[in-house]
Design a binder for this molecule. Structure first.
Ligand code: GUN
Length: 297
């Protein structure tokens, strides 16, 4: 049986391509004025297969755009002090504008101590607690990549955020928590659900926009959303060798007005926003007299 659906499929690739197209067109001229290209250091500790894929995608996209990359692949046994020394070196390196430390780090590494070492102006993931605080107060220079990517997708497809009820599932430091702040800044009324929430469905059924970001395969079912809701799926789970999101996509499709697919939804946006942040950091470092304002993102 084929189910017809009028749901808008919120594909990330066209949005990412548009953003990267604009960015790529500006990089050559910026690099000529600065006398050097933007630089992104990519640090991966260990051999987590998913992290290897993400890091590869980020490096490849950076190079396509004319961003220089500095790859640091360290063994899983790397001591904390060695990793922190590497970060200090990258902080001091004038060719490096952004430092990406791919998470998760191995269990013996104190992640927070590492992320605190990253220079504030090179923290393109916005993981440093001080940058997170500035973000919360709407005073940050950079926006966290995946949360910013979600906002960009919604805006691109003309989905209104101001005044809407948004329900998030998940309060992670990388997605749920910062995205709750960005949605608030966009004037949504935000509910954040998590593992201790008594009745997640009751909260999500009230929402105009539901965002699933807790890392549980196909968790969000059709009976958990209202008719015509907009659904954004930030989950990436591997089930029997397939990538599936946090949403039961097939079941939700006939009920929602718009939904992001997995893969091909939010994923490409994370990479695009990392490139945006790297170029922004580069401009602040290399062309400090040229203002950044008026560029929306
Ligand atoms: N691990 C999962 N998502 C991310 C991300 O956006 N940045 C980094 N550095 N690590 C991650």
């Amino acid at each position: 049986m084929t189910q017809t659906s009028s749901a808008l499929i919120l594909k990330g690739k066209p949005v990412a391509d548009k953003i990267l197209g604009e960015l790529g067109a500006s990089i050559q001229a910026l690099a000529a004025r600065a006398g050097r290209p933007p630089g992104l250091a990519v640090v991966l500790v260990g051999e987590d297969p998913a992290s290897q894929v993400y890091v590869h995608l980020k490096g490849k996209k950076a190079n396509e755009l004319g961003i220089a990359t500095f790859d640091h692949r360290l063994p899983v046994s790397t001591p904390q002090a060695d990793l922190e020394r590497l970060i200090a070196r990258l902080n001091a390196d004038p060719a490096v504008d952004g430092i990406l430390v791919q998470l998760p780090l191995p269990a013996h590494i104190r992640e927070e101590a590492v992320l605190r070492r990253v220079a504030l102006g090179k923290d393109v993931d916005v993981f440093h607690p001080e940058n997170f605080g500035l973000l919360a107060l709407k005073q940050g220079v950079l926006k966290p990549c995946t949360p910013a990517g979600v906002i960009e997708i919604l805006k691109h497809y003309g989905i209104e955020i101001p005044g809407k009820r948004a329900a998030l599932i998940g309060r992670s430091k990388i997605v749920g928590l910062p995205l709750s702040l960005l949605l608030l800044h966009e004037n949504a009324t935000v509910t954040v659900c998590h593992s201790r929430t008594k009745d997640i469905g009751a909260a999500t059924r009230e929402a105009d926009i539901v965002i699933a970001a807790m890392g549980r395969a196909r968790f969000l079912k059709a009976d958990m959303v209202r008719e015509g809701a907009v659904v954004v799926d930030v989950g990436i789970n591997r089930v029997d060798g397939n990538l599936v999101g946090d949403c039961d996509y097939e079941a939700l499709l006939p009920k929602v007005s718009a939904i992001t697919p997995v893969p091909g939804g939010v994923g490409p946006m994370t990479v695009a926003m990392l490139m945006v942040n790297t170029v922004r950091a580069f401009r602040l470092h290399a062309l400090p007299e040229e203002p950044l304002q008026g560029e929306g993102r």
